[in-house]
Write a protein that binds this ligand. Structure first.
Ligand SMILES: C[C@H](O)[C@H](O)[C@H]1CNC2=NC(N)=NC(=O)C2=N1
Length: 114
């Protein structure tokens, strides 16, 4: 478990600050497999996880979903044969909050524990 994944998501209000470029540069080092990408004008974190078949991809999807419910913070999940694309961003602030980095690290832990 990393420093980040040991943390809990905090309530994210519409006036919460987005992570700055400097904060992003520090945080992304803790989740090196995640790629920051701007989509529809919104900065997001994305990682593609590979699996041997659809069943395992679905099992991972459900475990990430359970973690998300527990955290009260929810990702984009695209489940396909042999892969799951996970995307984290904070809807309320249309960008990245620390919560997204915490949940990306927790997603890595879910994958590592499969
Ligand atoms: C009311 C509820 O807590 C909010 O809508 C939460 C739910 N999950 C969420 N998930 C994400 N990724 N961003 C949010 O802003 C968000 N808001």
């Amino acid at each position: 478990m990393s420093d980040l994944s040991a943390q809990k998501c905090e309530a994210c209000r519409a006036d919460a600050p987005r992570v700055s470029d400097e904060e992003l540069a520090v945080l992304i080092k803790q989740i090196p497999d995640w790629v920051p990408e701007v989509r529809d004008g919104i900065m997001q974190l994305e990682r593609v996880f590979k699996f041997k078949n659809f069943k395992l991809a679905l099992e991972f999807t459900n475990k990430v979903g359970a973690m998300a419910e527990d955290e009260g913070h929810h990702p984009g999940l695209l489940t396909e044969w042999g892969k799951v694309t996970v995307t984290w961003w904070s809807h309320s602030i249309k960008g990245l909050h620390k919560n997204d980095f915490v949940c990306a690290a927790k997603t890595d832990d879910v994958f590592a524990a499969l």
